[in-house]
Design a protein around this ligand. Structure first.
Ligand code: CA
Length: 448
């Protein structure tokens, strides 16, 4: 009905000047002296056309007749002009609101495109951006090493590594499917998900090995998440706050998150860990550790890790801002990092999972920048020799029980050539890794 009324109004306005022209224009034909036909078109000017016609019919009579005709066409069930006008105003306001929303979204999309462009440019230039020695002094937020990367908006590759020569192999002893033991073998990677955007080139994905069985806070009446829940953070970008939750591995493979949580502070590194219902991570551009309670979606603890290098001071050879790598295993929660005092050697600290306080620390004999990644398994640190070599090894092990380390040579496959994260899940007895857009797991075999 609204469309019908609009068309009638339009027709009325269109026909009005035409009707006037019929009353005040004429076409004459005559023959001139040479015998040619002359056609003369005469039209009244604006002032003349506003006057009454020669027949004495007032102009208002014509308008009244047209209004009568319009009302007859609209009919008794039609829409009154005031109503139609109100609807037009409402429609206009709605369209203006939509325009404002679309303009805002366009701005956001432009910001995203600009950020991704910077990321892509950064990745292209990464080889030139990591010339500085990262073993310099630590302990200050604005050290030269940190300042050197002030303009870097991405985590990137640093260098290939030279594998540590294995002095001896871990013996192939009895195998066990439960309890603790030494790591004997790592299986082939099993693919679970492939990222489909540049933001997924590297990141961290995990499952909680020990989710709380009861609600972990009064705000959460039921445990929302289980040991089936899969968690994922894409680590390409500058303001990493989005934590994707998937119901289980199947939904994770299909790419359907059930929820997206927004972290209270931005994250750095691919070294986050999940443990007993909390996400533990390093706050961006700091040595501050954050404990984020998942069910309550709230900050549970934050504490500086004393002396820890950050933001490119002591990264893995992979070279992203992997200065602080958190890990959970059968023995608790750990931080893998380095300090100025340790001169770049890997330091392991066992943390209080509630308060994040350091309970005890060990200094190892391997430089952090000389290995590609590390994880904890049964209180032992294992380091990965290369993040790119398709056939590399776990090349070093440090046992916190004895305080001694040694070389190792457990074969490990980087199937996709750019492994940015390796973490161990003791409940599933699997390694989780993020290898060049690919999220994979590895089965592990332990000694009895
Ligand atoms: Ca790790």
């Amino acid at each position: 009905m609204w469309l019908q009324v609009s068309l009638l109004c339009l027709a009325f306005l269109t026909l009005l000047p035409h009707g006037r022209a019929q009353k005040h224009a004429s076409l004459d034909r005559s023959v001139d002296a040479a015998g040619r036909c002359l056609y003369t078109f005469t039209a009244a000017g604006p002032e003349q056309s506003g006057c009454s016609g020669p027949g004495g019919q007032p102009q208002s009579d014509g308008v009244l007749a047209r209004l009568t005709l319009l009302e007859a066409l609209v009919g008794p069930g039609g829409v009154s002009l005031p109503d139609a006008y109100s609807r037009a105003v409402r429609e206009r306001d709605r369209l203006l609101g939509e325009k404002e929303t679309l303009t805002r979204r366009l701005g956001e999309l432009r910001d995203t495109v600009a950020e991704l462009s910077r990321e892509a440019e950064g990745l292209r230039r990464r080889g030139a951006c990591r010339q500085n020695d990262t073993s310099g002094p630590t302990g200050h937020e604005n050290t030269p090493a940190a300042d050197a990367f002030d303009n870097g908006t991405y985590q990137e590759m640093k260098a290939e590594v030279t594998e540590v020569a294995a002095s001896h192999f871990i013996p192939d002893g009895n195998r066990s499917l439960s309890g603790c033991g030494e790591l004997l073998a790592v299986g082939e990677p099993e693919l679970h998900r492939t990222a489909d955007a540049i933001t997924g080139k590297y990141g961290v994905w995990l499952q909680d090995p020990e989710p709380p069985e009861a609600p972990d806070s009064p705000e959460s009446p039921v445990p929302l998440y289980t040991n089936q829940t899969v968690w994922r953070i894409d680590a390409v970008g500058t303001d990493l706050r989005r934590l994707f939750a998937y119901e289980d591995l199947e939904q994770f493979s299909r790419g359907f998150p059930m929820k997206v949580l927004l972290l209270p502070e931005p994250l750095e590194s691919t070294g986050a860990a999940l443990y007993r219902g909390s996400l533990y991570y390093q706050r961006r551009r700091s040595r501050t550790l954050i404990r984020y309670r998942l069910a309550a979606e709230s900050l549970a603890a934050r504490r500086d890790l004393p002396g820890a290098g950050f933001h490119g001071q002591h990264p893995y050879s992979w070279g992203g801002y992997t200065d602080i790598d958190l890990a959970a295993d059968e023995r608790g929660l750990w931080a893998i990092y380095s300090t100025a005092e340790a001169k770049g050697a890997i330091v392991i600290s066992r943390l209080d999972p509630e308060s994040l306080e350091v309970r005890r620390s060990w200094e190892t004999g391997v430089r952090k920048s000389a290995v590609a990644n590390a994880f904890m398994l049964c209180g032992r640190l294992y380091t990965l020799a290369s993040y790119t070599a398709p056939n590399t090894t776990l090349n070093y092990v440090f046992d916190t029980a004895s305080g001694a380390g040694r070389a190792a040579a457990v074969p490990f496959a980087n199937k996709y050539g750019y492994n940015s994260m390796v973490d161990y899940n003791h409940a599933r007895r699997k390694l989780y890794a993020w290898d060049n857009f690919h999220m994979v797991t590895y089965d592990v075999t332990l000694s009895s």
